[in-house]
Design a protein around this ligand. Sequence first.
Ligand code: SF4
Length: 359
Amino acid sequence: MSEVDAILKKALDGTRLTKEDALLLLEVEGDGILALGAAASRVRERAVGNDVTYILNRNINFTNICTGSCKFCAFRRNAGDADAYFFDIEKIVEMAKEAERSGASELCIQGGLHPDVGIDYYTDMLGALKKSVNMHLHAFSPMEIFYASKKNGHGTKETLALLREAGLDSIPGTAAEILVERVRKEICPEKLSAGDWIKVIKEAHTQGMKTTATMLYGHVESAEEQVEHLSIIRDIQDETRGFTEFIPLSFVHFNAPLYLSGGGKEGSTGMDDLKLFAVSRLFLDNFKNIQASWVKLGRKLSQVALSFGANDLGGTLVEENISRSAGIKIDMVTEHELFRIIKSAGKAPVKRDTVYSHQ
Ligand code: SF4
C-alpha cells in the first residue's frame, strides 16, 4: 500500500490525520487527486449524508472606503475616489427589507475600514435592522471588530458584547487569509495578527456567537502554511465548537495589487481547488460543513467540489462586490439554479439558515 493510500485508509477508519499526513496529500498530483476526492466523498457522506445545503441571503458591503492596505484586495478605495461609496443606515435598512421580501433569511454585512466609522455606526445599524426586519444578522469580520475596538478604546471582548447586545447574531470568519505571520507580512502587513484573529474568534464563540472559518489560498503561501492554517482552525474547533463551516476562498488575482505588482500566483487551478477541498474534508474531522463558494469557483467547479468533500454551496448573495472588484464576472444565482446544480450532482438540495438548521 502506498503512503497516500495508507493515509486515506486512516481517514476512512476515523483516525485523525496529522499535519504530515495532510502535507503528503497536498503533494498528490494528476489523477491521484481523484482518489483523494473519493475518500473525501465517503467521509462527507458519513458526516452529512447525501444532503447539500444552501441559504437564501443577501450581501451588503456597506462601504469600499478603507484605510487598510491588503495587497490581495481590489475592493478598497480611498475617500474621494470617483467610485468610492458609503451607505447610510437608511439605505441599508431599505436593502434589508427588499431582501426579506425576496425570501432571504440572512444578511451578510461587511465593509471597508472607513475612517469615520466606529462602534456607534455598527450598533446603530444593527439596532435599525433588528427593528425593521426579522433576519439573521451575520456581520463584521474579526478585522472590523478589531478596528472598532481600537478606534473606541474598548477591548475586543467588550466590543463583541456591545455588538451582540445591539443585535449581532453571528460573525463571518473572514480576514483570516492564512494564519501564518510570514504570509500576513507579505500580503496584509497592517491587518490584525493571526493571534488577534484567533482571540476575536474565540471570544465570539465564548459569548455564544457562531462564526465561519475561512482561508484565502493560492497567492504566496506554501503547502506547509496551508496545513498550519487548517491545523489552527481544527484546534480552535476542538476547544470551542463555535465554527459552523469551513470556507476555502481561492485568491482572485486579476485586479489584485499583489499580482499587478508582480507578486503572488495567478490564483489556484481547478485541480488545486479540488485537492484542497478533499484535504480539508479529510483533515478537519471536527467540521461538519465545508462550503464550496460558487462566487469564487464558478457554478461548474463548485458543483464538482461536491464530489470532493464539500456539502454546502453558500448563499444566493444577490450582490457581492468584493470578488466582482477582484475581476470575476458574477451574476446572481437563483434558488432554482442551486437546486439544479445540486440535483445533477446526485445530491439532495436542502435549504438552511445561517447556523445550519434546515428550513
Ligand atoms: S481586505 Fe478589507 S481591510 Fe483589507 S484592504 Fe480590502 S477592504 Fe480593506
